[in-house]
Each structure stands twice: as C-alpha cells, then as structure tokens.
Ligand binder design. Sequence first.
Ligand SMILES: Nc1ncnc2c1ncn2[C@@H]1O[C@H](COP(=O)(O)OP(=O)(O)O)[C@@H](O)[C@H]1O
Ligand SMILES: [Mg+2]
Length: 282
Amino acid sequence: MKPPKRLLPLIEEGLIDTVVRQLMSGKEAMVYVVRCGGMVRCAKVYKESTRRSFRQAVDYTENRKVKNTRQARAMAKGTRFGRQAQESAWQSAEVDALYRLAAAGVSVPTPHNFFDGVLLMDLVTDEAGDAAPRLNDVQLTPEQARVLHEALLREVVRMLRAGVVHGDLSEFNILLGADGPVIIDLPQAVDAAGNNHAARMLLRDVANLNAFFGRYAPELLLTEFGHEIWDLYQRGRLHPEVALTGRFEHDRGAVDLAGVMREIADARAEEAARLMRLQAVA
Ligand SMILES: Nc1ncnc2c1ncn2[C@@H]1O[C@H](COP(=O)(O)OP(=O)(O)O)[C@@H](O)[C@H]1O
Ligand SMILES: [Mg+2]
C-alpha cells in the first residue's frame, strides 16, 4: 500500500522497508503491518491527544514523574508545548512499560524502536502466521477459559513483580498468539508503587479477566484473585510461583475508625458553616 504520511520518516530512516497493510484503527492509534529487512512487524501510530479523552490522561498521568519543571509547568497550564509534553509522556509510558515487561519475561510483543511517535514491535501472529485475533474475537470452551485465565493471572503477577499495573487489561487488549496469550496496549500503564490509582487499576484489570472468562466458566465470577494478588504484593509475598486460591479474607477489623470519625466531623463542620452562611444572608 501507499505508505501513510506518519510512517514516511521511518522509511527515510531505513527502519521500515514497506507498509503491507493497515491492521486496525483503534481508539488511540492506527496499527500497520510493515516489513523491516526480512521481518514482518507492527507499527503503532499514536493519534493526537486532542482526539483522546482528557479525563483519562489526567487520571493516569498523576504521579508520573516529569523530568524538568518547565515541562511540568507547561503540562499543568495546558499550553501547546505542555500538550506535546503530555503527549510524549503518554507515548513513552507505553514504550517504557513494553521494554520493562519484555525484560521481565512478561508475554508482550518485543519492542524494536520508537521513532517520531511510532512504536515498532513484533507482530503477534496465529498458527497460520496471520495477525493474531483478540481474545474478544474467539469462542472458548470452559476448559480453555480456565487455562487462559490462569495463564493471564500469572502474567499479571509477573507484571506486578516488575512494578507495573497494566490499567486497561481486557479481552480487547490480549491477543491469542500461536504460543499463547500476548498482552498489548500499555500507554496507561502505571508504576505499582508510585501511583495512588495502582490498587484500583489492578483490581479492575483482574475483575475484567474474571468477568470475561466467567462467561465460559461461571465459577470464575466468584473469585477474588485481584484482592489476593494485591495483598500479597503489599506484604512482599508475591513470588513468581505463588499458589493463588482466588479466595480473600476481607479484614473487617481493619476499618480505619479514626478516619471515619474524621470524615464525620468534617461533614458536620461543613454543614455548620453552611448554616452560618445562610443565617448571615437572612
Ligand atoms: N503487536 C501487535 N501484533 C498484532 N496485532 C496488534 C499488535 N498491536 C496492536 N495490534 C492490533 O491493533 C489493535 C489496536 O492496538 P492497541 O495497542 O490495542 O491500540 P488502541 O489503543 O487503539 O486500542 C489491537 O486490538 C490489535 O488487534
Ligand atoms: Mg487496545
């Protein structure tokens, strides 16, 4: 096909020889099958930030470290330079996470390059060598669902041990490759230790897996692997081969009573202030 404009710089650099076809136009990116040397690879071209949900960007970039303060100020003000900085932080988050996870042995496409807003990585393929289907595109037997669910929980554990929470893990971002499931689409990945949303995101990722595979193997709907994994992680007990049960004892005694009392006192004070303001006006 005629190469799209965004891929021309990579062709000039010699990183891509030819563009074979467009694979997908997802919500955040356009994905192409390309040839590089003798290899078939995948090029992910990020769309501009303006077409993406701003809310999401704010939520996920919280606590993400920005190196220089000019950049941080510009990002906060939303200037053009700021938007660009925000944009490249977003893209490099995916690249960083991919390199980190590939090194940790997580099943992700091997990254090869990141140039001019384009990520070059392995194309995940099925047995026939074609682009692999998403989990959402296949039908499973209950047994296949159980096996894949377990394999993917292992990947979640491996990711967390590498300090990463995916943040958008679902049947749409898992491909069924010839050698098993492969996890993709990581621009919203966060640092497990440094982000206030990490626990919530991990629980949601695992809940998505339970819900999807639970369609085929309903007993998975009752499991609490998310809480179990996060609890082990926090206690420094998340070993690679840890035996997961899917059960989790919610500690009812652990309610932060002082915290609850503080909330109530704050609400009372706020209400009293409101009444005083009303009286002052009357
Ligand atoms: N490395 C890859 N190998 C094969 N297909 C891929 C690869 N990366 C992405 N795709 C395809 O492109 C689609 C969109 O990519 P994704 O990274 O999920 O971006 P988006 O943010 O647009 O969802 C995926 O659903 C998948 O079908
Ligand atoms: Mg996706």
